[in-house]
Ligand binder design. Structure first.
Ligand code: ATP
Ligand code: MG
Length: 261
């Protein structure tokens, strides 16, 4: 089981778009996928077809210890994956957990107790380096960092990398950066090309080969509560996320083969 935290404290870089569409694409490849929405904005919940305003239970109840993950999980019918939904209520968890023991381990423990088998668990993080994000980094095996190739992109990256180092030192020694994902990419933009080249020279093969282009279909699909694969399968956006799912599953196969000699 691969637990991937999709995170970047910068807002609007395509974390949620990546979570929903990668989940659907991995499902289309036959993988069993759980998406956990860790953002009080609940965009992954809406984008997966659930009504965030009328949730009985959400990831909030899991983090404060009232419910198990299995009890809050619902199905994304169109997406072909499961989702642990979220809404505004989650904003309260940050405050309520402040004085609790093992507050950084809430999500990790919940995932360890899950009923059912998943190949991939994707964690959609909020745009903040807060306690919920630390919970995600503590529970994950690996981190995916979506980023827009623009001037300030690299600046925020060092704060994130430092947080990952701290989590590795104190909470999760085996946490890896699996990859940086170039999102909202516009090939005609010179600056984007320069930043992309810089990323590759800094991070080498940690940069996913797949690039997610700016594609209007990706922005439209959430308003129908479906992944782009159901909305417009032949769009550039849908194709890019299928390619990313393939790249990630290939990576998994190679790393398993290495482990088993
Ligand atoms: P937040 O930090 O607020 O959680 P985020 O990092 O999750 O944001 P998204 O919500 O995925 O980012 O994307 C921000 C906006 O950009 C959304 O309106 C989304 O539909 C749009 N968007 C994301 N990726 C693409 C893309 N590749 N092409 C076109 N539009 C995109
Ligand atoms: Mg988001």
């Amino acid at each position: 089981m691969k637990i991937l935290a999709i995170t970047n404290q910068k807002g609007g870089v395509g974390k949620t778009t990546t979570c929903v569409n990668l989940a659907a694409s991995l499902a289309a490849l036959g993988k069993r996928v759980l998406l956990i929405d860790l953002d009080p904005q609940g965009n992954a919940t809406t984008g997966s077809g659930a009504d965030k305003a009328h949730l009985k239970l959400s990831i909030y109840h899991v983090l404060i210890g009232e419910k198990s993950l299995t009890e809050v999980v619902i199905k994304s019918e169109k997406g072909g994956f499961d989702i642990a939904p979220s809404n505004r209520e989650l904003a309260g968890a940050e405050v309520e957990l402040v004085n609790e023991l093992a507050r950084e381990n809430r999500l990790k423990t919940a995932i360890a107790n899950i009923n059912g088998d998943y190949d991939f668990i994707l964690l959609d993080c909020p745009p903040a380096l807060n306690l919920v994000t630390v919970n995600a980094l503590t529970a994950a095996n690996a981190v995916m960092i979506p980023m827009q190739c623009e001037y300030y992109a690299l600046e925020g990256l060092s704060d994130l990398v430092n947080t990952i180092k701290k989590v590795r030192a104190h909470l999760n020694p085996t946490l890896e950066i699996e990859g940086l994902l170039r999102t909202l990419f516009d090939n005609r933009n010179m600056l984007a090309q320069q930043v992309s080249a810089q990323l590759i020279s800094h991070f080498g093969d940690k940069v996913y080969k797949t690039v997610i282009p700016r594609n209007i279909r990706l922005a439209e699909a959430p308003s129908y509560g479906v992944p782009v694969l159901s909305y417009d399968k032949s769009s550039k956006g849908a194709q890019a996320y299928m390619e990313l799912a393939q790249e990630i599953t290939n990576k998994e196969t190679i790393s398993k083969e290495k482990k088993h000699g």
